[in-house]
Design a protein around this ligand. Structure first.
Ligand code: S3P
Length: 170
C-alpha cells in the first residue's frame, strides 16, 4: 500500500481520521507533530516558544525526508503547515480534509477538552488571525492535494471509508 498523507487546517480532524482508518483497514497511523515532539522531547507549543516557528518548520522538513525514505503502509496525519515541505509528494498520496473555517472552530470549541486543544496550538491563539491563515492557505491546500474530501458533518469512520474507496480507485 502506498502511504496516505492527510493535510488540512488545524483542528479539522486529521489525527482522528488517521486513527479511524488504521483501526478499520490494514495501515499504521503516524502523526508528524507526535514525531517532532519525540524527536525534540518537548511539546510543539514549547518548540514554538523557545525556538520560534522557522526552527519548527525545519523539523517538519526533516521528518518529511525521513518519512519519504523510511515509511510504508501508513496513513500519516500532519500539522496544518506540513503541506509546504519539499518531500511531501514523495511520501505518498496527498489527501486534503476540507472544511469551512466556522465548522472547524465549532468542532474545536465543542470538544470536551476545548481549552487544551486551543492551548497546544500556537497559531490558533487568536481566532481572527487563525481565520486569516485559513484564507491564505485554502487554495494552497487544494493545489497540492491529489484527493479532496469534504469532512463536514461526517464521522471519522465515514471519512475513513470514503477515503478507502477513493484510494482504491486510483
Ligand atoms: C500548525 C498546525 C499544528 C502544529 C503547529 C503548526 C500550522 O498542527 O503542527 O502548531 O502551521 O497549521 P495541527 O494541524 O494538528 O493543529
Amino acid at each position: 500500500m502506498k502511504n496516505i498523507i492527510l493535510i488540512g487546517f488545524m483542528g479539522v480532524g486529521k489525527g482522528t481520521v488517521a486513527r479511524a482508518y488504521a483501526a478499520e483497514f490494514d495501515a499504521y497511523a503516524i502523526d508528524t507533530d507526535d514525531l517532532i515532539e519525540s524527536m525534540e522531547n518537548r511539546k510543539i507549543k514549547d518548540i514554538f516558544k523557545e525556538e520560534g516557528e522557522p526552527y519548527f518548520r525545519a523539523l517538519e522538513q526533516k521528518s518529511a525526508k525521513w518519512l519519504s525514505k523510511s515509511v510504508k503502509n501508513s496513513i500519516i496525519s500532519t500539522g496544518g503547515g506540513f503541506f509546504k515541505t519539499k518531500s511531501l509528494k514523495k511520501i505518498g498520496i496527498v489527501v486534503l480534509l476540507d472544511s469551512s473555517y466556522d465548522a472547524i472552530l465549532k468542532r474545536i470549541l465543542e470538544h470536551p477538552n476545548a481549552k487544551r486543544k486551543l492551548a497546544k496550538r500556537p497559531l490558533f491563539q487568536d481566532p481572527k488571525q487563525a481565520k486569516k491563515l485559513y484564507k491564505e492557505r485554502s487554495t494552497e491546500y487544494k493545489e497540492v492535494a491529489d484527493l479532496i474530501i469534504n469532512v463536514e458533518g461526517k464521522t471519522p469512520q465515514q471519512i475513513a471509508k470514503e477515503l478507502k474507496k477513493l484510494v482504491t480507485k486510483l
